[in-house]
Design a protein around this ligand. Structure first.
Ligand SMILES: [Zn+2]
Length: 468
């Protein structure tokens, strides 16, 4: 039965978890072991055994699927919290099909100004609670550099966190009533200085669980000088670079008009940014040639299908993967249920391709385990093996909606969601047990975070943006 020790979240003892199914690899191929114990010692996986090991705390229940800690490499705790439940069904879009310039950028900018540091921390904590409850152990989170509280919340709640404070050449891009996006200001140098300060303060903190990632916002909000400076700084420090590219046709037109007909991918390549260390979010308005270019350079696409499905656009995982582009899946902050996002990736890919044998369960599991670990050059993550870091996500496959079950990987993608998450373990610490956050009062975290976001919703410009 379920035996929990009296260990606190931060304790460093031994933990044994029984898996009816344990995701493993054999000769590089993903495989599933039956009826194994995974033994954690401190921050490492010590062994995978057939017999029950001795341990300080033991999780012994049938029907658990033990997976490497799931990695969600594109999320926004703050901006999508502002948008959610306001912008579905075509709401809040005016003449612009994208909400990036009507809602996300302007309202997060104002929201950061009106919230106190304590309220911003409440929003950050709510977001990280959602990420953990959604099954993620590692998250890459781009956010406005006026929310350093994101790092604070990640540190105190135990998440493995690649924080990516934005840099902008123009931080005040907004869509007017005519739908045309206007860009103002020159913030590049100031943002580089802020980024440097956050790197000095946070990189390597929390026993290495906190990292700082280079994060120029997007191709249309960052000019060549800033992007070159970002690439140079990131490569000198050995940190990955993440950005948004080809989010919609308007951005493609803007980049083409500015830079001699180049596409967003060609623009990044021209500046020397397209490489194995570049993680590009969305890329949905990319041509086939763009995808071939990204594949040739070893760049990664961060695929977040649900935010686009919301607008009637298919952001098909299978399209990127079938062009040979390394493709990881993230939640973009909309619905932080990573299992649900994988289900959406499966369904949307199959509809877009008109075939069932694309975006298979093993492909999608790799997209949140082995692939992101390789992208981040973290061979200790994304795998269950002796010596690997003790990050695990455990799913309860005994729930009514998951039974009967023949193939656990297909069941995971086709049937499971965040409600089926049993354990989330980071660095050997049990952050979610029995589906609930172990580090604090969930209801209080939810109420505080929601109250802060509701202050932004009450702004006159928010009320106006969400009309029609
Ligand atoms: Zn994004």
């Amino acid at each position: 039965m379920h035996e929990r020790g009296q260990m606190s979240m931060g304790a460093m003892g031994t933990t044994a978890i029984f898996g009816s199914y344990v995701l493993s690899r054999h000769d590089g191929e993903q495989t599933v072991l039956r009826d194994r114990w995974v033994l954690l010692e401190g921050r490492r996986i010590a062994a995978i055994t057939a017999s029950r090991p001795q341990a300080d705390q033991v999780f012994d229940r049938p029907g658990r699927f033990v997976l490497p800690g799931l990695m969600n490499l594109h999320n926004h705790c703050f901006s999508e919290a502002v948008a959610r439940s306001h912008t579905e069904d075509g709401n809040g879009r005016k003449n612009n099909p994208s909400i990036v310039y009507t809602v996300l950028l302007p309202l997060t900018r104002r929201g950061i100004e009106i919230l106190s540091p304590a309220e911003r921390l409440d929003v950050a904590r709510l977001g990280i609670l959602q990420l953990l409850r959604g099954g993620a152990t590692t998250v890459m989170e781009p956010f406005r550099n006026g929310i350093p509280e994101m790092f604070q919340a990640a540190e105190e709640m135990g998440l493995r966190f690649y924080g990516a404070p934005y840099l902008f050449s123009t931080a005040d891009a907004q869509a007017g009533a005519d739908g045309v996006v206007r860009y103002a200001g020159d913030d590049g140098q100031a943002d580089l200085a802020i980024w440097d300060g956050l790197y000095a303060r946070w990189h390597g903190q929390a026993e290495g669980r906190i990292s700082v990632t280079m994060s120029p916002h997007a191709t249309d909000t960052c000019g060549p000088d800033l992007l070159r400076a970002c690439a140079e700084r990131a490569r000198a420090l050995g940190v990955p670079i993440t950005t948004h590219l080809a989010q919609d046709a308007d951005e493609v037109a803007t980049i083409g008009a500015r830079y001699n007909g180049r596409t967003p991918a060609e623009y990044l390549d021209w500046l020397g940014m397209l490489g194995p260390d570049l993680l590009g979010a969305h890329a949905i308005a990319s041509s086939d040639d763009d995808l071939r270019l990204m594949a040739a350079r070893g760049a990664t696409v961060l695929n977040c299908p649900r935010v686009f499905a919301r607008t009637g656009v298919a952001a098909a995982f299978g399209r990127f993967a079938s062009h040979g582009v390394r493709t990881a899946i993230g939640t973009d902050g909309y619905n932080m249920d990573l299992l649900g996002e994988m289900n959406a990736a499966s369904m949307i890919s199959k509809i877009a391709a008109g075939r069932a044998d694309i975006a298979t369960a093993p492909d999608l599991i790799d997209a949140v385990t082995a692939t992101p670990a390789a992208v981040l050059q973290r061979p200790d993550l994304g795998v269950i093996a002796a010596g690997a870091t003790a990050d695990l996500t455990v799913v309860d496959l005994t729930r009514p909606l998951l039974q009967p079950l023949s193939d656990p990987r297909r069941g995971l993608i086709a049937l499971a969601n965040a409600a089926d998450i049993d354990l989330v373990i980071v660095d050997g610490r049990v952050l979610v047990a029995g589906g609930h956050y172990t580090g604090g009062d969930e209801a209080a975290l939810v109420a505080a975070g929601a109250a802060a976001i509701e202050k932004i919703w009450a702004l006159p410009e928010a009320v106006a943006a969400f009309q029609g």
